[in-house]
Design a binder for this molecule. Structure first.
Ligand code: 13P
Length: 252
C-alpha cells in the first residue's frame, strides 16, 4: 500500500510565511513512492497551487455539504475543484469538537465530496475521557458508520477508492503527547477489521489508515514501522518544510 502523508496547516500562515514554506517544500527531497498532500487555509490555496511543485497535491480543510449558492461564508466542492484541489479533510476533531459538526453533517459532506470526484481524508478519533472509559473502539466505529452510510439518516460514500482514513486521537492533537506505535496500531487494526465486516474485505485491504496527533520528525520512524499505519496526517510539524520531508520519508 502506498504511504500517504498529509500536512494540515490549519488556520496558520500569512502570504509571506506560506511563500517561505512553499519554497522550502519545493527544495526538499521527497521519496517518490509516497503520496504527499498539503492543506492550506482556503484563502491561500490559490497561492500554494500556483507556486508549489506538482509533486504535492492540494487538499482543503473543509467543504460545504452540497452544491454552492446562498450559503454565506462557505466554500463549495465545485469551487475547490475549480482551483485545483484534489482532496478535502472532513470530520477533523477541531470541526467536531470546537465547531460542533456532527456525524450526520460530516457523513453527508463526505458523500457529496466523493460524488464530485475529490478524495476525502476522513478523520476519526476519541477524546481522552472516552479512551479512559474504554470507549475508543465504540467512538471510532460510530464515526466510521457515519462515513460508511451505516446510520439510517446518512448518505453512503459512493466508492472507497478515494478515501483515506485518518485516526487522530483527540488527546494527541497539538499536545505533544503522541500515541505509542502500539496504541495507534491497535486502533488501526480494529478500524480495518470494521471495514472488513461492514464494507468489504477488498476495501479493508486497500484503504489507507493514517495516524495523526503530535507526529514529528523524531517519532515518525517508529510509528511508520507498524504494519497498519499507512501514513500520517501532520499538523504543527507540517509547517516546517524539512521536518515535514523527514515525516514523508519516514517509511523508506
Ligand atoms: P498536530 O500534528 O499538531 O498534533 O495536529 C494533528 C492534526 O490535527 C492533523 O490534522
Amino acid at each position: 500500500m502506498q504511504f500517504f502523508v498529509g500536512g494540515n496547516w490549519k488556520c496558520n500562515g500569512t502570504k509571506e510565511s506560506i511563500s517561505k514554506l512553499v519554497s522550502d517544500l519545493n527544495s526538499v527531497k521527497l521519496e517518490s513512492d509516497v503520496d504527499v498532500v498539503v492543506a492550506p487555509p482556503f484563502i491561500y490555496i490559490d497561492q500554494v497551487k500556483n507556486s508549489l511543485t506538482d509533486r504535492i497535491e492540494i487538499s482543503a480543510q473543509n467543504s460545504w455539504i452540497g452544491k454552492g449558492g446562498a450559503f454565506t461564508g462557505e466554500i463549495s466542492v465545485e469551487q475547490l475543484k475549480d482551483i485545483g484541489c484534489k482532496w478535502v479533510i472532513l470530520g477533523h476533531s477541531e470541526r467536531r469538537h470546537v465547531i460542533g459538526e456532527d456525524d450526520q453533517f460530516i457523513g453527508k459532506k463526505a458523500a457529496y465530496t466523493l460524488s464530485q470526484g475529490l478524495g476525502v481524508i476522513a478523520c476519526i478519533g476519541e477524546l481522552l475521557k472516552e479512551r479512559e472509559e474504554g470507549k475508543t473502539f465504540d467512538v471510532c466505529f460510530q464515526q466510521m458508520k457515519a462515513f460508511a452510510g451505516k446510520l439510517p439518516w446518512l448518505y453512503a460514500v459512493p466508492s472507497w477508492d478515494n478515501v483515506v482514513i485518518a485516526y487522530e486521537p483527540v488527546w494527541a492533537i497539538g499536545t505533544g503527547k503522541v500515541a505509542t506505535p502500539q496504541q495507534a496500531q491497535e486502533v488501526h487494526v480494529a478500524v480495518r477489521d470494521w471495514l472488513k465486516k461492514n464494507v468489504s474485505a477488498e476495501v479493508a485491504s486497500k484503504t489507507r489508515i493514517i495516524y495523526g496527533g503530535s507526529v514529528n520528525g523524531g517519532n515518525c520512524a517508529e510509528l511508520a514501522k507498524e504494519e497498519d499505519i499507512d501514513g500520517f496526517l501532520v499538523g504543527g510539524a507540517s509547517l516546517k518544510g524539512p521536518e515535514f520531508a523527514t515525516i514523508v520519508n519516514a517509511v523508506t
